[in-house]
Design a protein around this ligand. Structure first.
Ligand code: OSB
Ligand code: MG
Length: 368
């Protein structure tokens, strides 16, 4: 595709309710929207960084800088770029995988739109809808958590994930398990524990969880392997899976037995397919993680989650789980516990220009 330029915007989109994890609380989603400008039309992507580097070393204004200073100039220099070439062109720049993923997605969307080809078909989707799980933030107390979970179950979500942290773990998980019985349930610690907490984490074994997500720090691969030998609950890495190479290494070390694939964090949807493929070959289940995506990344996640190796429900929930107003004209909706895989060309979404403008707090355009 012939790249003429890029537009970047920082958006502030209000959340329907504050979202609390072991690393902090967000009330507004700060996110970067990428628009690839080509001779044949535009393509859209999203950089899933958050305001502060609390979950990942990346953060919005770091991505804003690296994209303008290095990533976009390298792509504009190359000028005519196939989506499959983007990662190679950006590879000399170390890290910044969220920024790279957002830029790649915009190029991919532009290219697929010109071909009239849906992203799902391009990635290898085998389903037209995906089962929808929901990630539930840390609540004020266990009773509030139970009420919140009940609301999501009533809406039809087929799997519940609750965020935990030290002191807000065993009792909370017990409350949800006792109230709702044998629902598909998992927990996410976002790196809040160390190996010294093994006894607490082992207490979670009695709840028959699908998995425990990222109990230890991002680079604690060996410690995760040690922990895995002490727990019955499967460990699922999120933060530690930074690439297909990291995924292969973590599996080889038996640090994880399930993988959360987050395309927006690991460098893009093409790298996500590589992780999917290696896990499928190894018989390792995967599911599609989320980063409170707007309608742009949410459409792409639905397409990715429709690949055959995604055997567990992911965090691909309805737009309304986070947003009263999205930036696309047809936000993802929950139907019978599922999210439809978009069928239109590229991401299969249309941007709502008024909503995009309303949430924009910064904008820049770079041209060749
Ligand atoms: O660890 O999966 C996580 C949100 C932001 C950062 C990290 C995580 C999350 C979520 C929400 O759990 C997933 C979603 O529904 O988008
Ligand atoms: Mg996680």
């Amino acid at each position: 595709i012939a790249l003429e330029g890029f537009e970047l915007r920082v958006l502030h989109i209000p959340l329907v309710a504050p979202f609390t994890t072991s690393f902090g609380t967000e009330s507004v989603r700060e996110v970067i929207v990428v628009r690839a400008l080509t001779g044949d039309g535009d393509g859209w992507g999203e950089i899933v960084t958050q305001h502060a580097p609390l979950y990942s070393s990346e953060y919005t204004h770091g991505a804003w800088d690296v994209a303008q200073r290095f990533l976009i100039p390298a792509l504009l220099d190359a000028h005519t770029v196939a989506p499959e070439q983007v990662a190679g062109i950006l590879d000399p720049f170390i890290g910044h995988r969220m920024a790279k993923a957002g830029v790649e997605l915009a190029v991919l969307d532009a290219a697929l739109r010109t071909e009239g080809r849906p992203l799902g078909e391009y990635l290898g989707a085998v389903r037209d809808r995906v089962p929808s799980g929901v990630s539930v933030g840390i609540q004020h107390d266990a009773a509030t958590l139970v009420d919140t979970v009940r609301g999501y179950l009533d809406e039809g979500y087929v799997r519940i994930k609750i965020k935990i942290k030290p002191g807000r773990d065993v009792a909370e998980t017990a409350a949800v398990r006792d109230e709702f019985g044998a629902i598909p349930l998992q927990v996410d610690a976002n790196s809040a524990y160390t190996l010294a907490d093994v006894d607490t984490l082992a207490e979670l074994d009695r709840f028959d969880l699908l998995l425990i997500e990222q109990p230890l720090a991002e680079d604690d691969i060996v410690d995760h392997a040690t922990l895995a030998r002490r727990l019955r609950t499967p460990i699922c890495l999120d933060e530690s899976i930074t690439s297909a190479k990291a995924a292969g290494d973590a599996l080889a070390l038996e640090a994880t037995s399930v993988i959360n694939i987050k395309a927006g964090r690991i460098g893009g949807y093409l790298e996500a397919v590589r992780i999917h493929d290696l896990c499928r070959d190894a018989g390792v289940p995967v599911w599609c993680g989320g980063m409170l995506e707007t309608g742009i990344g949410r459409a792409a996640n639905a397409a990715l989650a429709a690949l055959p190796g995604f055997t567990l429900p992911g965090d691909v929930s309805a737009s309304s789980r986070f947003y009263a107003r999205d930036i696309v004209t047809e936000p993802a909706v929950l139907e019978d516990g599922h999210i439809a895989v978009p069928t239109g060309p590229g991401l299969g979404i249309q941007i709502d220009p008024a909503a995009l403008d309303e949430f924009t707090v910064d904008r820049v355009e770079l041209r060749r």
